[in-house]
Design a protein. Structure first.
Ligand SMILES: [Zn+2]
Length: 313
């Protein structure tokens, strides 16, 4: 294959990350720019196109296509982001808009950001060689992707694996989606912060219980030092993650569950053992026999997006 390079764009609420990746998974160039979503979709699309142009210039040889990972509800065939709350986007025609700004004939591939990450793990990360696996990403929220027989499970309207909004407790915390007790109200950076606020009184000796501006990083640092409040909140998150894993294991019988996302990776040493124990408590044993749980190996967010180019070939 002569066109052995792919460009990736990870479109986030605060930043846009770009990567130029070769067919062996080496990252040849990386860029990032603030999203500045408040300036509106046209300005953001201009910045995406400028970043892609910079990668094409850097490549110095043909690029097989551009993969774009986006948050929100989208249509990967039509290339339309129907609704992305973080971006304030409604019905943005990404393919049409970018084609006007990019060299003619350059193939474009749009997917949900978590689907892009899962494809990256399948090609070059923790899921290399796996045909059936689940990817879960805990960051500011909780998202996921499922791959069965080497193909992404998309669902009828590309909303499959919206596990962050699976309610684990209909009387629980109010989620941004309007439902109560969604998994991401517990398994996320915001979930840890809410947990510290709610359970602080049980652990008055914890410095976290009196700190007005606690951060996720502070909670993880406290856990490293054995802080009981931090450990209790991480235990709650681990058990909730285990419930989500149990649902995924029952539905897909994966060989592997890969856990990524900023918070998922940073807190893996606390979350994963608790989650695995909880999952195994809840599932028909043959469905989880041989199931492995692994940490994500792809840390460059735009790399998964670039891999969308090869996923479709
Ligand atoms: Zn929700």
């Amino acid at each position: 294959m002569t066109e052995s390079l792919a460009a990736g764009v990870d479109l986030g609420g605060t930043k846009i990350a770009f990567a130029l990746v070769d067919r062996e998974g080496a990252v040849l160039d990386m860029q990032r720019t603030p999203t500045l979503a408040s300036e509106g979709p046209a300005a953001v699309l201009d910045r995406i196109a400028a970043g892609i142009h910079a990668l094409l210039d850097e490549a110095g040889r043909p690029v097989a296509g551009v993969g774009i990972g986006s948050p929100g509800h989208l249509d990967p065939v039509a290339g339309v982001v129907h609704n992305a709350v973080n971006l304030g986007w409604q019905g943005v025609r990404v393919y049409d808009e970018l084609r006007r700004r990019l060299p003619p004939g350059l193939p474009l591939y749009l997917q949900k950001d978590t689907n892009a990450s899962a494809v990256g793990e399948m090609l070059f990360g923790a899921a290399r060689g796996a045909r059936d696996f689940v990817y879960l990403a805990a960051g500011t929220g909780l998202g996921g992707a499922a791959v069965t027989g080497g193909r992404l499970v998309t669902g009828a309207a590309n909303n499959a694996m919206e596990v962050g909004h699976l309610s684990l407790d209909p009387d629980g915390r109010l989620c941004g989606c309007g439902t109560r007790g969604c998994a991401e109200t517990v398994v996320s950076g915001l979930g840890l912060l809410a947990g510290v606020r709610e359970r602080g009184a049980e652990f008055p000796s914890s410095p976290l219980s009196s700190g007005p501006d606690v951060t996720t990083q502070a909670i993880l640092a406290a856990a490293t030092n054995g802080d009981r409040l931090a450990l209790a909140v991480l235990d709650d998150a681990g058990r909730a993650l285990g419930e989500v894993m149990a649902a995924c294991a029952c539905l897909f019988n994966p060989a592997l569950i890969v856990v990524g996302g900023g918070m998922g990776r940073a807190a893996a040493r606390w979350l994963l053992p608790v989650a695995e124990r909880e999952m195994r408590r809840r599932v028909f044993p043959p469905a989880v026999e041989g199931l492995r749980i692994a940490e994500s190996e792809i840390t460059i967010s735009a790399m998964g997006a670039a891999c969308l180019v090869w996923y479709d070939q």
